[in-house]
Design a protein around this ligand. Structure first.
Ligand code: NAD
Length: 485
């Protein structure tokens, strides 16, 4: 599990995977939808959410009688298939959602395969004393209902499945409608792995047409004992209002501070690497920069050297008119700005073309200097657009960065060699993830220590979820015996 990839290794993995990209990937001859892929029916996909829940419950009952070792065998096959079919899912994800980048999505699947904890994450604890022995074990909930996003669709389905199966659960997914074929491909992959390892034919299930109604059936169904939601504020709120135990992994708007002690060249490259990863779709990715005025010019130069394209204030305002659109609240009539879904996760070159700027394909991020109030700073764009705000000192940097994070307490980044300043910002911003002197993805184990997850549960406090997040603690008391001293 302790994989710490260097940048060269990541490039090597991506290069070797890209070589096989044509194999099995969706092409003109391959028809795909939410229930089939290249003429093959996907396993575990149902028209009716109730049927999906019944199937997952049968799968859960089947694995209850299996040993932990057998569960680990299922997970081993999931990891293998995830690696082998990463290019297919990456290409399918981009083709279906029109968001992100195939090479980066491929690397994300490799990360899930290699660094999502399995059954080793499930442990027991014992307390002994004058009254005997008390054992606490991590037990499955039963069937977990999981809502997954369009931004990391198959990554989240597979990552959730590994953790939830390791914990002994069955799973029903209500995936994002815009990524349903990709998500259901991953559901099928998990079921194929399960059957190959001697488990039930269906252990995880999904629906052909997910809607808010199918989500509501899931919320209310008595067999669903735990809800896990990975998505924006609306859906997290709806899950937390369900009346059931729920894990909510919501939105963020990660700020980055760069001070005058940082290695500026490295900071510029790290920030562009993180911000442009999968075209800024990951919720942890750098969304706005607060740079000390004294180093801001040097930082911008470093960013340009790392593949960023600097636009003017006027161009930034023009782009903001395109990537953000008005939405009227049907209840209050109040109009507010929301992100234009057609621009989320698009290549920097595509976004630049919308304001009449043509660049070559090695440009991977758009940067601009803005004031703090600019919509690029205030909105979670999920696009490779990075606003830079000049600040005079650390006090102003922390003050503005905390405000820009909007209390999501999700992720923040800082480039500095001053330990006091790093500590001050980490304490003030109170985020689940705080990355120092590295690209954002180091926070989920990509070139950083620690396990990975694509469900970062800030609102409900589980943090970077893993198998143990999907368990309930049960106690067994053996009074006045079983103590050997
Ligand atoms: P989204 O919020 O648009 O949708 C998430 C899922 O919820 C989809 O399946 C959608 O159909 C469903 N949904 C939406 N409203 C619902 C409601 N009221 N009731 C039931 N279901 C509902 O998410 P998205 O655009 O695909 O993902 C992007 C958002 O998710 C961003 O805000 C991002 O920060 C966040 N995100 C967070 C994490 C994390 O780990 N914290 C991970 C990925 C994405």
């Amino acid at each position: 599990m302790a994989i710490n990839w260097t940048e060269a290794q990541i490039e090597q993995i991506v290069a070797s995977v890209m070589k096989n990209l044509g194999h099995g990937a969706p092409d003109a001859d391959c028809q795909w939808n939410s229930t089939s892929y290249c003429g093959r029916n996907l396993i575990g996909i149902y028209e009716d959410m109730n049927d999906a829940i019944v199937a997952a419950e049968a799968g859960y009952k089947a694995i209850r009688s299996m040993s932990v070792e057998d569960r680990e065998k299922i997970i081993t096959v999931i990891r293998r298939l995830c690696r082998e079919e990463a290019p297919i899912m990456a290409k399918l994800g981009v083709a279906e959602t029109k968001m992100g980048r195939v090479d980066h999505k491929t690397a994300k699947h490799m990360l899930v395969a290699d660094k999502t904890p399995g059954t080793s994450d499930i442990t027991a604890s014992v307390k002994t004393g004058d009254f005997g022995l008390t054992l606490t074990e991590m037990a499955p909930f039963g069937v977990v209902g999981s809502i997954t996003p369009s931004t990391n669709p198959s990554e989240t389905v597979i990552c959730n499945s590994i953790g939830m199966i390791a914990a002994g659960n069955g799973v029903v997914f209500n995936p994002h409608p815009n990524a349903i074929a990709t998500s259901n491909y991953a559901v099928d992959l998990v079921n194929r792995a399960c059957a190959e390892a001697g488990g039930p034919r269906v252990l995880v299930a999904s629906v052909a047409k997910p809607t808010l109604d199918t989500a509501n059936i899931m919320y209310k169904h008595p067999s669903i004992r735990l809800l896990v939601c990975t998505g924006g504020p609306g859906v997290v709120k709806s899950v937390l209002s369900s009346g059931k135990k729920a894990i909510g992994a919501g939105a963020g708007n990660p700020p980055v501070i760069v001070d005058d002690t940082a290695d500026i060249r490295k900071a510029g490259k790290d920030i562009i690497d993180g911000c442009s990863f999968d075209n800024n779709l990951p919720c942890i990715a750098e969304k706005e920069v607060f740079a000390f005025d004294s180093i801001a010019d040097e930082l911008i130069d470093a960013m340009k050297g790392a593949g960023a394209y600097l636009i003017t204030k006027e161009q930034a305002d023009k782009l903001a008119e395109i990537v953000l659109v008005d939405k009227k609240n049907p209840k209050t009539g109040v109009i507010s700005k929301i992100v234009n879904r057609d621009c989320v996760g698009r290549d920097a070159a595509v976004l630049l073309e919308k304001i009449g700027v043509r660049v070559c394909s090695n440009i991977r991020c758009i940067i601009c200097e803005t004031e703090f109030e600019h919509p690029f700073v205030q909105h979670e764009l999920m696009m490779p657009i990075l606003p830079i705000v000049r600040v005079r000192d650390i006090d102003q940097a922390i003050d503005l960065a905390v405000k820009a994070e909007h209390g999501c307490r999700h992720t923040a980044h800082m480039h500095s060699k001053n330990v006091d300043r790093l500590t001050r910002f980490a304490r003030a911003v109170e985020t689940t993830i705080f990355v120092k002197n590295a690209p954002s993805y180091a926070g989920i184990g990509f070139g950083g220590e620690g396990h990975t997850t694509f469900t970062i549960a800030g609102p409900t406090g589980e943090g970077l979820t893993s198998a143990r997040s999907f368990t309930r603690y049960r106690r067994c008391v053996l009074s006045e015996s079983f103590r050997i001293i």
